[in-house]
Design a protein around this ligand. Structure first.
Ligand code: HMG
Ligand code: MG
Length: 300
């Protein structure tokens, strides 16, 4: 491992409006979602995952995504993306004017079955036409891999399984692979061992770290990822987030915690922390829960 070659700049992918709100029990109106997206863009986020085109029976919280996209006042430099598990989702996303889409697979067979109702191999077959159609329309596709540091059903996941799915998604045409610690059970050395395998197959410049903070390990694990040269980090404002098909998957790492840490390390993000805290305050009042993040509680 190359020690302490931290990137000078990190691209943050804000997933709060999707990963965060997909797991909220309280109803969040379309207009409140749209305001959240606007507040995030105003804070300087350039990549905002703003919804999901999945079955409303599986994730009812995202059923208004077409309307959310229809109402967002777009900022020119901002990419507004969404999850599209199949062609049906992709077509709906295109109708809604989504800028970038993501397919989502897993390194665990059981998680794949419970999350998207098919095996890992079947999921890759379903993604093929989505990626092909996206490429024909000039739309970039991100590939998620869930359970990279543990699975709620299978426990330990072999780093080789993560590397294998990541490489297949890359070869199929995903421009970026987002490595999901879905249930936040990872710890720093495990993170390093997983990355050791993955970077043998996928260039580090194509990787993103998507860590949930269920056990308070996300910043420590992100520090390892940064040392490996990972320069794209997924996070959710106010630490919103989780996954309805992964028990105990509490929030994604909070964007404000990540920004504070990166600021302190002299790594640029282009994000205004005060405006970000405003976004956190607003959505927290909507869901009537105070943000889980340390930085919000210190500064908010
Ligand atoms: P299925 O049942 O195998 O598929 O579900 P199907 O094609 O048989 O369709 C079943 C029903 O869904 C049908 O409706 C379809 O019309 C409908 P019915 O006839 O029963 O009334 N349907 C759709 N409706 C709207 N949009 C669509 C769509 N597709 C089918 N695109 C499917 C397969 C993938 C659709 C389903 O399992 C699903 O929607 N799963 C979504 C799960 C999900 O969103 N999970 C959370 C996101 S992943 C995550 O959070 C992890 C991540 O953050 C990374 C990490 O942390 O690890 C990304
Ligand atoms: Mg997630």
């Amino acid at each position: 491992m190359n020690k302490h070659h931290y990137p000078t700049q990190v691209s943050i992918v804000e997933v709060g409006p999707r990963d965060g709100l997909q797991n909220e029990k309280s109803h969040v109106s379309t207009l409140d979602k749209v305001e959240l997206v606007h507040n995030l863009a105003n804070a300087g986020l350039k990549r905002i995952e703003s919804g999901s085109f999945v079955s409303p029976k599986w994730v009812p919280q995202m059923s208004d995504s077409p309307d959310v996209f229809g109402r967002i006042k777009r900022q020119q430099q901002v990419v507004y993306s969404a999850l599209t598990p199949n062609m049906r989702g992709f077509e709906a996303a295109m109708e809604a004017g989504v800028d970038e889409v993501a397919v989502f697979g897993a390194a665990s067979e059981s998680f794949s079955q419970r999350n998207i109702n098919c095996s890992i191999d079947e999921s890759l077959k379903r993604f093929e036409p989505v990626i092909d159609a996206a490429q024909k329309s000039g739309i970039r596709v991100r590939g998620y891999v869930s359970c990279v540091l543990g699975c709620p059903y299978e426990g330990e996941i072999a780093p080789q399984a993560v590397a294998s799915v990541s490489k297949q998604l890359l070869d199929m045409g995903c421009y970026e692979i987002s490595l999901g610690d879905t249930i936040g059970t990872g710890t720093p050395v495990k993170t390093a061992l997983m990355l050791d395998d993955v970077i043998r197959h996928v260039p580090v410049s194509r990787l993103a770290a998507h860590f949930h903070d269920t056990y308070g390990q996300a910043l420590a694990n992100l520090t390892i990822a940064l040392q490996y040269g990972v320069a794209t980090i997924d996070s959710a404002v106010a630490g919103l987030g989780g996954c309805p098909y992964a028990r105990g998957a509490s929030g994604n790492v909070a964007t404000e915690d990540v920004v504070y840490m990166l600021n302190g390390m002299g790594i640029k993000t282009g994000i205004d922390l005060n405006k970000l805290l405003h976004a956190a305050r607003r959505i927290s009042s909507v869901i009537q829960r105070s943000p889980s993040s340390k930085v919000f509680n210190a500064l908010g």
